[in-house]
Each structure stands twice: as C-alpha cells, then as structure tokens.
Design a binder for this molecule. Structure first.
Ligand code: UD1
Length: 420
C-alpha cells in the first residue's frame, strides 16, 4: 500500500538520531519574510510538506524561493498579490499566518478559511477580533474572507486565551503598523520567541515581558526590515516524540540537538515514567527500561506545561504501562480520535469527553491502522514500534506534514521500519 509506513515492533531502541528544525517556528518565520525587503535566509529549515505548502503560497503571491541544502532563501522584493489561492490555503492551517504579514505588506488579504489537522473546531475568531482592533475591516463570505486596512494602527490588545496563531498574526501585523502595539496574554511558546528573534534580527523593536504569569509583547511598529540570516531552532515536539518512543520498548538513545531547555515537561514526565534523562550541550540521552510507569493524571496545557502536540504519542506508550493512567486533553477536543485505532491494536482505553483512562495491557498487536492527522499519525508509528508483529500505518502524508522522515529517524534508533 503506497503512502504507508511498515514497522516491525517489539525491540528496544538503540542509537542516535539528529533532530530536525522546528515546524511551528519555521512557518510564521516564512510568513515574516514577506515583510522583509530583500532576501531572508532561513537556515536549518525542516524538509516537511507544511514548509512546501507555505513555499507554494509565498510563490503564488510573488516571492522567489530557493533551497540550498537546508537553507531556504526567500526574496519577497517583488511580492505583489494580495489574493491567496483557495486550494493551497485549505490544505494548511498555518496559511492563516500569512494574514498578518499580508496586511502589513499590502494592507489587504483575500483568503479562504484555513485547513489543517482534524483535531477540533480550530476557529480564527481571536485572530480576526485582534486585527480589527488594529484598524482592519473583515468582510466574510461563505468560503473566504477579505481583510483590508487603510492604515494599520498600533493598539492595546488582550487575547481572551493565549492563542499561538493569533499572537503570531498580531506580531506580524504590528511590525508594520503605525505606533506601538501592546499584546497582552500572548502565547508563551518558544516558537513565538523565535519569531520575535527573527524580526528583531531584521531590525524590528520588540520587547517580551512577563507580568503575573502572563506574557506581554510590545511591538514598536514602522521600522523597515532588512535582509537577515536566521537559524531555526530544533523541533521540541519531534524530539519529544522520539523520547516517548524509547519509553515504550526501553533502550538507550541519543537525540542530537534536542532542545532540552524547551522540553522540561516531557523530560520530567519521562523521568516519572522510569527513564534516565541526561542533558548535554549536544543533545539528550535517554535510557529506559522496557516497562514504563503509568501516569495517574496529566492535562495538556499551554507552554511550559505538557504540550497537546505530544498527547497522542504519550497515549500510545501508556497503553502498555504498568497500571492505569488518565489523560485530559484541554486544548484540542478531537485529539482523542486516535483511540479507536489504538484499540484495534489491543489497547484498553475508555474515553469520557476530553478525558481518556488507559489501562496498561501486556502488549499491543500489530495490524493495519490509518493516520488521520499529523501527531496522531506519529503516535500510531510509536504504537507499531511497541506492538508485537507487523503494523502498517496508512496515509503517511499526514505525518510528513511535520516529520521529515519518521521512518528514517526511527531506523537510526534500530527499528525495522520503512516507508512503502
Ligand atoms: C499552534 C500549533 C499547534 C499546537 C497549538 C497549541 C502551529 C503551526 N501550530 O496551533 O501545533 O498544537 O498551537 O500549542 O504553530 N482558538 C480559538 N479561536 C481562535 C484561535 C484559537 O478558539 O481564533 C482555540 C483553538 O481552537 C484551541 C486553542 O484556542 O482550542 C489553542 O489554539 P492556538 O494556540 O491558536 O493553536 P494554533 O495556533 O492553531
């Protein structure tokens, strides 16, 4: 079956693998390149399909883009089109990131409602409300909307929840706005910091501070952005996925370049589940027994707490932990849709609303399963690694949205696994 991953499970993991650049950092930074007059050089860019899609969208509006090894050269000097192609936008949630950048660049953006993972409603109301406060009018049609502004104006904006995407859009619009924008209750994720670092390196003035546990970002608008070379940080979710993989079958691996400073929650959890984690300046070593301890209760939450993007992978591991675990998904309501696939492999899980109770079984059994979204797909690969016998995961393309080559990386760790 094409577009699938075949894995033979049951063996411990040994070896080293190098962690790719971060998907959630590179996408808004590619959008930010639209605000730069000249060529932005984005180093350590992951070769994933979400980056291909963003490249296509930027090319459609007039950017010239070139790859050299892992560096992406984006020349936005001649970008001139404020209308996004509907099909490309529908394929990728992060296309919404271009909204703030297009408003900053052209004062107008016409785009379809964005697509992406099927993990919940994923509305964009917070993005649109925040932009309205900066002088943007929105006209909604059935399948698309038009955002226009005569003059982007700095404003005080308090987000009702610290949405990652909405924070990124406000920052991108504010860089070219007249005056100062104070974004309160901004998302604290490291990818937001990476975006601000890129913009600052290009000449923007941005301050990030914390007050009473909430993040405030102050953007001083109106400074021209100059060409810059910027290195994308490594991907904390990819590194976390591989760290969790080891917990399922045991072993000893080294995750080169894993960004330990951004992985505190998953590292603490791995230790709680019985692993030894050794952090060096070159990466993270993980040593684990074959039987993980269960987790009595865990909620996904905003950074630095446990990320929703690792919830499904953790769920896979807990199916064979030594006892009962409970996980509550607080960010995206549909992330537990992976449960029927795990049950097909012999997992014992009960779902009640956004909470899953997982009773560890001795072994999962390999079978045919289907990826339906990015992180759930990675979780099925982990389930295949811990299962007895062969597992075929179809619809690999969902996983390729965020993992360069998950089979290659797990092969480096000794797993018998192939893309077919
Ligand atoms: C980003 C990440 C995604 C991660 C998520 C949470 C990227 C490309 N994607 O997604 O991998 O899982 O952060 O860490 O960086 N919401 C609204 N209205 C809005 C916007 C969001 O109700 O206008 C809700 C969402 O439905 C969700 C919650 O807010 O329940 C968090 O969403 P948000 O932080 O915006 O996530 P994304 O930016 O979509």
């Amino acid at each position: 079956m094409l577009d699938s991953i075949h894995v033979r499970g049951g063996n411990p993991l040994f070896g080293e693998t190098k962690i790719q650049g971060s998907k959630n950092a590179v996408l808004p930074i590619m959008a930010a390149a639209l605000l730069v007059e000249g060529v932005s050089v984005i180093e350590n860019c992951p070769k994933i399909t979400d980056v291909d899609h963003m490249q296509k969208l930027l090319t459609e509006i007039g950017c010239i883009i070139h790859w050299r090894n892992r560096s992406l050269y984006i020349n936005a000097s001649n970008a001139n089109d404020n209308k996004m192609n509907s099909e490309s936008v529908g394929k990728m949630r992060s296309s919404i990131m271009l909204l703030g950048a297009m408003l900053g660049r052209f004062g107008k953006a016409v785009m379809n409602y964005p697509g992406g993972c099927v993990i919940g409603a994923r509305p964009i109301d917070i993005h649109l409300e925040a932009l309205k406060k900066m002088g943007v009018s929105i006209e909604k049609e059935k399948s698309y909307f038009t955002a226009t502004t005569d003059k982007l104006t700095g404003s005080v904006i308090e987000l009702p929840i610290p949405s990652v995407g909405a924070s990124e859009n406000v920052i991108l619009a504010a860089v070219n706005a007249k005056g100062v924008t104070i974004l309160k209750n901004a998302a604290p994720e490291p990818e937001i910091v990476a975006l601000c670092d890129f913009l600052k390196a290009a000449g923007a003035k941005i301050d990030i501070k914390e007050e009473k546990g909430k993040v405030i970002i102050v953007i001083y608008g109106g400074r021209a952005l100059n060409p810059v070379t910027f290195r994308i940080p490594t991907d904390r979710i990819v590194a976390g996925t591989y760290m969790l993989g080891v917990l399922g079958v045991g072993g000893h691996v080294f995750l080169e370049d894993a960004p330990a400073g951004h992985m505190r929650a998953v590292i603490e959890l791995a230790k709680e589940m019985n692993a030894d984690v050794d952090i060096t300046d070159k990466g993270i070593a993980v040593l684990a027994d074959c039987i993980a301890k269960p987790i009595p209760y865990l909620e996904t939450d905003i950074y630095p707490l446990f990320p929703t993007d690792l919830q499904s992978q953790l769920l896979s591991i807990l199916t064979i932990a030594d006892g009962e675990s409970v996980i509550c998904e607080k960010i995206f309501e549909d992330r537990l849709k992976i449960v029927p696939q795990l049950k097909k492999m012999g997992a014992d899980i009960t779902v009640n609303g956004n909470t899953a109770t997982i009773r560890g079984v001795n072994r999962l059994k390999g079978t045919k399963v289907k990826a339906k979204e990015l992180r759930g797909g990675a979780a099925l690969v982990i389930a295949g690694i811990i299962a007895e016998g062969n597992t075929i995961i179809s619809k690999r393309h969902f996983i390729e949205r965020g993992y360069e080559d998950i089979a290659r990386d797990f092969r480096n760790l000794g797993v018998i696994i192939n893309n077919v």
